[in-house]
Design a protein around this ligand. Structure first.
Ligand SMILES: Nc1ncnc2c1ncn2[C@@H]1O[C@H](COP(=O)(O)OP(=O)(O)OP(=O)(O)O)[C@@H](O)[C@H]1O
Length: 232
């Protein structure tokens, strides 16, 4: 489903003419099968976000390629990549990134509005998904009227509303207490099993990595393979 091949990326930091070059990715290769949960661990600054940004097409690598399904995404122009991203990836962030002026229902509905889906169909889909993630009672709450775990459920529902086959998560439980973290991880596992969704999760949290079928550690710009659990 995802084939990352020999990615290299170096950042230049500092004033022009006096830049320091920081090689962040030094030949990263990774394949993710459909329905797999893959966790990428690594210390702060190890390049996890850079790898996720390249995978999502937010930045071009210096060299190497990314293929998603049959599409080589690293060959796409920015506008084509934006369309491809919308159809194929859902995003889950540490700080939820909900729109503060919209209710839980409206936040989940927003991607469908952007896609131009008719109101009736939007309502049906959002209602079904809010049920699936256990948020029906708080559908009319604004983000600041929700707990951290509820906000992350809203953000997961928003990521799923357009039916993307791949979810990219950046420290999905980084802002949550340990009990709420367990709930969110259970939700990720159940969505993986019931919908066959593919997850790539970057984290520095071992608990999060425990729900993955495969885990890797990004170290000195290279991916080192960790333990394996059976995929569904
Ligand atoms: N746009 C940029 N310009 C220059 N350097 C950058 C840029 N983005 C990241 N870096 C550098 O690249 C390295 C890797 O950063 P990255 O954000 O990918 O790490 P990370 O593992 O995601 O860290 P964290 O866990 O703290 O989010 C760091 O040294 C960072 O300073």
């Amino acid at each position: 489903m995802i084939k990352i091949q020999n990615l290299h990326h170096t950042f230049a930091i500092g004033k022009k003419g006096k830049e320091r070059r920081i090689p962040v990715l030094k030949g990263v290769t990774l394949e993710v099968a459909k329905g797999e949960i893959v966790a990428i661990l690594g210390k702060s600054g190890s390049g996890k976000s850079t790898l996720l940004n390249v995978l999502a097409g937010f930045m071009a690598p210096e060299s190497g390629s990314v293929k998603v399904g049959t599409q080589e995404t690293t060959a796409l122009k920015e506008a084509q990549m934006a369309d491809f991203r919308l159809a194929n990836f859902g995003f889950i962030f540490q700080n939820f990134q909900l729109m503060p002026g919209l209710t839980a229902f409206e936040n989940v509905e927003l991607p469908l509005k952007i896609k131009g889906v008719a109101a009736e169909e939007r309502r049906t889909k959002v209602k079904r998904l809010l049920e699936e993630v256990g948020l029906v009672e708080v559908a009319d709450h604004y983000p600041n009227e929700l707990s951290g775990g509820q906000q992350q459920r809203v953000s997961i529902a928003r990521a799923l509303i357009t039916d993307p086959p791949i979810l990219l998560a950046d420290e999905p439980t980084g802002s949550l207490d340990s009990e709420t973290e367990e709930e969110i991880l259970a939700l990720i596992q159940s969505l993986n099993q019931s919908l066959g969704l593919t997850f790539v999760i970057i984290t520095h949290d071992e608990e999060v990595a425990n729900v993955a079928h495969r885990r890797y550690r990004l170290h000195d710009g290279e991916l080192v393979k960790g333990d394996k659990r059976h995929a569904v």
